[in-house]
Design a binder for this molecule. Structure first.
Ligand code: KG4
Ligand code: ZN
Length: 357
């Protein structure tokens, strides 16, 4: 039997095992940006290990992620990350049922390292390979955090490349309710952090600095977009940059904490209002959050308050599951495997840097 035939048989066995309530172990691999991560997840929701090798210190020197440097570092550490992950999970490769890997969106060279490593493992061990959409992985982090969570729910997706409000219809499908018309919120955080002198990584630095400031600067006025579920960040970003230039030209002191706090309020408030309004309009009483910006403390706090006021249940992943990690990829891979989706029987999957949600 060739790889395809063996794996087709294995997938059927796995699905049967899951029906009988037997344990399924999925190994997840994530390398779409500057984190090399490998995780082992039991039954799609229980994290046995979630090893993450971050390259933050390396890229800080350059003020942002350098794609070529990221790929090279993934190559250097991916074997060690696998070993550590299996060791922490107290499992050997023989006990793994399937491999899940991020194939997009992300940096082309970085994705290539994870995808090829996954293909090698899958082929050498005759294991099913599930190709995972990184953003769908972010959404699935919520299933790990909240073991009782089931679709439908409304999910606010906020990462470095995405800003969207979705209705998660079931484990495989979602409906787009609203999205950014230009920049992603994470991009805006990173850009504002850079121009205000906080540096890289922008999001966490703004988050920290904002705590010492006040919301006393008003960068954008309410717009027609407020009635829709769409958002825009390029106007806010430009307004902050213009404000900083004006202050510099007139030799006035800039209060970085106030800039951070005011930007954060204006970036976050509109998303919270729209997410809560969407849940009400779509008659859904569960709200979830996903992506790196969901780690933002002001967003977590404001969304909690507003959901409570509106009588909505709110769930969001722990910090380590918000930013890039392989546990969420394994969780999303498990859902696909059990439902027979995205299984790459011919091992021909290739990285898709601009993969859509
Ligand atoms: O989901 P993620 O780790 O990678 C992508 O898939 O893009 O998101 C990265 C983004 C970056 O823009 C980063 O600045 C932002 O998430 N981020 C934050 C925080 N932690 C990470 N933004 C605001 N507050 C944070 N605490
Ligand atoms: Zn991400």
């Amino acid at each position: 039997m060739n790889y395809k035939q063996i794996v087709e048989q294995k997938v059927k066995e796995i699905q049967e095992k899951a029906k009988q309530g037997k344990d399924i172990y999925v190994l997840g691999i994530e390398s779409s940006c500057d984190e090399t991560s490998i995780a082992v997840i039991k039954n799609g929701r229980e994290v046995l290990s979630n090893q993450i090798a971050s390259q933050i210190d390396i890229h800080t020197r350059f003020g942002g992620v350098v794609p070529e440097v990221a790929s090279r570092n993934h190559i250097l550490c991916i074997n060690n990350v696998l070993e550590q992950s299996l060791k922490t999970a107290n499992l050997s490769l023989e006990q793994i049922d399937a491999i899940a890997v991020t194939y997009g969106a992300g940096l082309s060279g970085a994705l290539m390292v994870g995808v090829n490593f996954a293909k090698g493992l899958a082929l050498s061990r005759n294991l099913p390979l599930v190709a995972v959409n990184h953003i769908k992985g972010h959404i699935s982090a919520n299933y790990i955090q909240n073991k009782n969570l089931k679709p439908p729910f409304v999910c606010l997706v906020v990462s470095g490349g995405h800003t969207a409000i979705l209705r998660v219809d079931d484990y495989l499908n979602h409906t787009l309710i609203g999205q950014t018309l230009d920049d992603a919120i994470g991009e805006a955080f990173d850009k504002v952090a850079r121009v205000v002198g906080l540096g890289y990584p922008g999001g966490p630095k703004i988050d920290k600095e904002a705590k010492n400031g006040q919301y006393n600067l008003h960068f954008v006025k309410k717009s027609d977009l407020d009635k829709t579920y769409n958002v825009s960040y390029s106007g806010l970003k430009t307004a902050v940059i213009n404000y900083l230039h004006k202050m510099e030209q007139s030799h006035e002191m800039i209060n970085v904490a106030d800039v951070a706090c005011s930007f954060e309020h204006e970036a976050v408030d509109m998303l919270v209002e729209k997410t809560v309004r969407a849940a009400k309009e779509y008659n859904i009483n569960i709200v979830a959050m996903a992506g790196g910006v969901a780690a933002n403390s002001y967003l977590r706090e404001t969304m909690s308050k507003e959901c409570e006021k509106a009588g909505l249940e709110l769930t969001y992943p722990a910090l380590v599951l918000c930013t890039d990690n392989a546990a969420m990829i394994a969780a999303e891979g498990y859902n696909n495997l059990i439902l027979g989706e995205s299984i790459n029987y011919d091992l021909k999957v290739s990285p898709n840097p601009s993969l859509k949600l």
